[in-house]
Ligand binder design. Structure first.
Ligand SMILES: O=C(O)CCC(=O)C(=O)O
Ligand SMILES: [Fe+2]
Length: 353
């Protein structure tokens, strides 16, 4: 995509109240958030000074880590968890190599936790580069987690649900995770940052530096959108080269927010999981993509489940998506070699009806 197509589109920006208790102002705000997603696929939340400071510390820790030699960075992987380093070109979207360099942060579960001992897939300690890096990322996760919690209550209100905690009951001990990303400058041969895709959970809350490169696809009336959680309906690569795409211009001190696959599933498509993609710029770019998620063992059901017994067991969905995304990673190999998917069968069977 050439830079002249980067027409900045101003996004709607909202300020969150410190708590969401369901008063009239909360309902009005919730409706506005839902309306913004339904027209634009995305909105912005203003960051408080404390949140912005946490963002800057996380970005600084990421810059310091990414500046280390490749060999040193590549040592931070684990065969128990998908937390850890992903080199530029290692990840593919729709069969094409992405330019992004990533440190994935998944829940950091101590080795003596019963779930690790029982060999639950994806459970284990994070292979942190350093205690300082871990501190910066954990502080950031706490800050955005708070935002996610309030947004889910506002979303329930905005959708007119009587049960304001319809979503947040799923996210107690949520499997929140994040991708800490660096994009290299565009090469003569490639401008590809990350191919078009949707993300897997309830909410995607992201912060970017001042470089730019993110595009989102707004809802398009009548357009077919895959159910990304089903094996045959991956959204990876879909509509990559078909307009409309909105350039998400960097704005200081905001978070961008859009729905993920579980939100699309639960709302029956009233809120679509927003497709997005990244083009490389003329300079390197740093971002933080946080995913606000149900608990590993939570079961998501449609808000109106009349006549369907469809459900998504979140841990199964997460494991499927990461195995699909990283077929050659040591973590995937160990899940397969040790038959760990059997644990998921057992968890799903025990899922509340
Ligand atoms: O860098 C960005 O702005 C988005 C990254 C992204 O889409 C992802 O990591 O899933
Ligand atoms: Fe994404």
């Amino acid at each position: 995509m050439s830079s002249d197509q980067r027409t900045p589109t101003p996004l709607r920006t909202f300020r969150l109240p410190p708590t969401v208790d369901g008063n009239d102002a909360d309902i009005t705000l919730g409706r506005a958030l839902v309306a913004a997603w339904q027209s634009d696929g995305i909105f912005q939340i203003s960051a408080t000074a404390t949140q912005q400071a946490a963002t800057e510390r996380a970005l600084a820790a990421s810059r310091a880590f990414c500046g280390r030699p490749l060999e040193e960075k590549a040592a931070h992987v684990s065969d128990l968890t998908y937390s850890g380093y992903v080199a530029s070109g290692e990840e593919e979207t729709a069969g094409e190599r992405d330019g992004s360099e990533i440190f994935t942060v998944c829940p950091d579960i101590p080795a003596d936790d019963p779930r690790v001992i029982e060999r639950w897939p994806c459970h284990g300690p994070a292979p942190w580069p350093s205690p300082a890096y871990a501190r910066a990322m954990k502080d950031y996760l706490a800050a955005v987690g708070e935002i996610g919690h309030r947004l889910l209550r506002l979303t329930a209100l905005g959708l007119g649900l009587r049960d304001t905690d319809r979503f947040t009951r799923l996210t107690e001990d949520g499997w929140h995770h994040m991708r800490v990303l660096r994009f290299p400058p565009a090469a003569a041969t490639s401008e590809r940052g990350i191919g078009a895709h949707t993300d897997y959970g309830l909410l995607v809350i992201a912060a970017q530096d001042d470089v730019g490169g993110l595009y989102v696809r707004p809802p398009v009336p009548g357009e077919e959108r895959g159910r990304n959680w089903l094996p045959g309906e991956s959204m990876a690569g879909r509509y990559e080269h078909a307009e409309p795409w909105t350039y998400v211009a960097p704005v200081p001190a905001v978070f961008t927010v859009f729905p993920g696959d579980i939100m699309q599933f639960m709302t029956g498509g009233a809120l679509l999981s927003t497709p997005h993609k990244v083009r490389l710029a003329d300079r390197e770019r740093y971002t933080l993509a946080y995913f606000h998620e149900p608990a590993f063992n939570a079961v998501a059901r449609p808000l109106t489940d009349a006549g369907t017994d469809e459900f998504i067991h979140y841990g199964t969905h997460f494991t499927n998506m990461f195995m699909r995304c990283y077929p050659n990673r040591v973590t995937t190999a160990r899940i397969e070699a040790e038959g760990r998917l059997k644990i998921l069968d057992r968890l799903r069977e025990g899922a509340p009806a």
